[in-house]
Design a protein. Structure first.
Length: 138
């Protein structure tokens, strides 16, 4: 018997960049799981303290642009402040994301992601909720 989790991620082989399959029950969970997967791809290890809190607001037109914008914003703050996010409180309206996110300092990082791309990006509904493949420029 195979047990499927409500959300998760798995690296997908890609010729030049990194790709990540992500699935979750809803869009908020998909955003959270995609962020966790992004940091896992980067091989991030965090220090125990001190925790930093941030508020993020993003306007968006569709789910795909929201996913790219959210991950790109996290990636920008990661590069600027040397932190990795692990806690997410996300609220969505029809056109705006408001998030309270929390991060820990990065102790070590194996790899760098330069950007989140729109390459073949499509979020689609499946039996387990929402699924997508995100390609990262490295």
């Amino acid at each position: 018997m195979t047990t499927q989790t409500a959300s998760g991620f798995q690296e997908r082989p890609h010729t030049a960049d990194w790709a990540l399959d992500v699935w979750a029950s809803d869009l908020v969970s998909l955003l959270r799981t995609a962020a966790q997967g992004m940091y896992a791809l980067m091989g991030v290890a965090t220090a125990a303290q001190p925790r930093s809190n941030y508020e993020i607001e993003l306007a968006y037109a569709d789910s795909e642009s929201l996913l790219v914008s959210f991950l790109a914003e996290l990636l920008y703050i990661t590069g600027r402040d040397n932190v990795a996010f692990d806690r997410f409180e996300v609220q969505l309206t029809d056109s705006k994301l408001t998030a309270k996110v929390s991060a820990l300092p990065i102790d070590s990082q194996a790899k760098e992601i330069k950007a989140v791309t729109y390459h073949n990006l499509s979020i689609h509904k499946t039996d387990r909720g929402l699924e997508t493949t995100i390609v990262f420029d490295v």
